[in-house]
Design a protein around this ligand. Sequence first.
Ligand code: AG3
Length: 274
Amino acid sequence: MELWVTEYQTPSLGFSCKATQTLRTEQTQYQHLAVVETEQFGRMLLLDGMVQTTEKDEWVYHEMITQVALNAHPNPQQILIIGGGDGGTLREVVRHPGVVKGTLVEIDDRVVEASRDFFPELCRAFSDPKAEVVIRDGIEYIKERRACFDVVIVDSTEPVGPAVQLFSAEFYQNVFAALKEDGMLVAQSESPFFNADVIKMAYTGIKQAFPIAELYLASIPTYPSGLWSFTVGSKVHDPRLPLMAYEQACKYYNSQIHEAAFKLPGFVSRIIED
Ligand code: AG3
């Protein structure tokens, strides 16, 4: 019998992968978690039926959510990741030469455990001396911090379930307060084809809190529509300019991609124009 795993990307579009094995399915305290072995993309992590990452294309997302801000900031030493319990973003953070400490704050310890059990390429950062993993609600964590991070990365799920508030204007203001005076925020902000409303909400909230707000894109095969957006908020530095262009061992990110990623198709520019 053939086994297929499907994410319903819209009510009328399914993205299906042939699976060879179901490695884990469980209801955690916060969400439904599944790990399946697929033929096309290797191991795949799904939360509430939505693809979070796969072995074969995780590097596009993890490099692009991390290396753009870390290379546009002149001195990115203290980095906070909210969400991202699989560890892929943390791996990118700790390998950047300027970073002194990468703190990951994940609400659901079962995501961290699934990564430890099934995603050796993602979880290796957990044991890095520069890394700290905290199991807590990032919304609460950020409220208690003032002017202590150079870059905050929001590696969230979609704005449903535990992540809803991670797209709110109030949360972005709390991130602003937790950043140092020249800090930067980067948040994953969904597909311009299917989630224009989410992009608008993230961009508007970030623009209210930060003097500089910019959107950039990357091509991620296993996410809805394959075209994905990230939104940066910055206090001082222009996120579009790669200062350091640390790109060794990157498979997607380089300094030309950095600049090109901010060039937007007309339909995407129009989402964030008011
Ligand atoms: N976080 C963003 C995943 C969004 C995917 N959406 C979807 N499949 N509908 C990924 C976490 C990886 N560290």
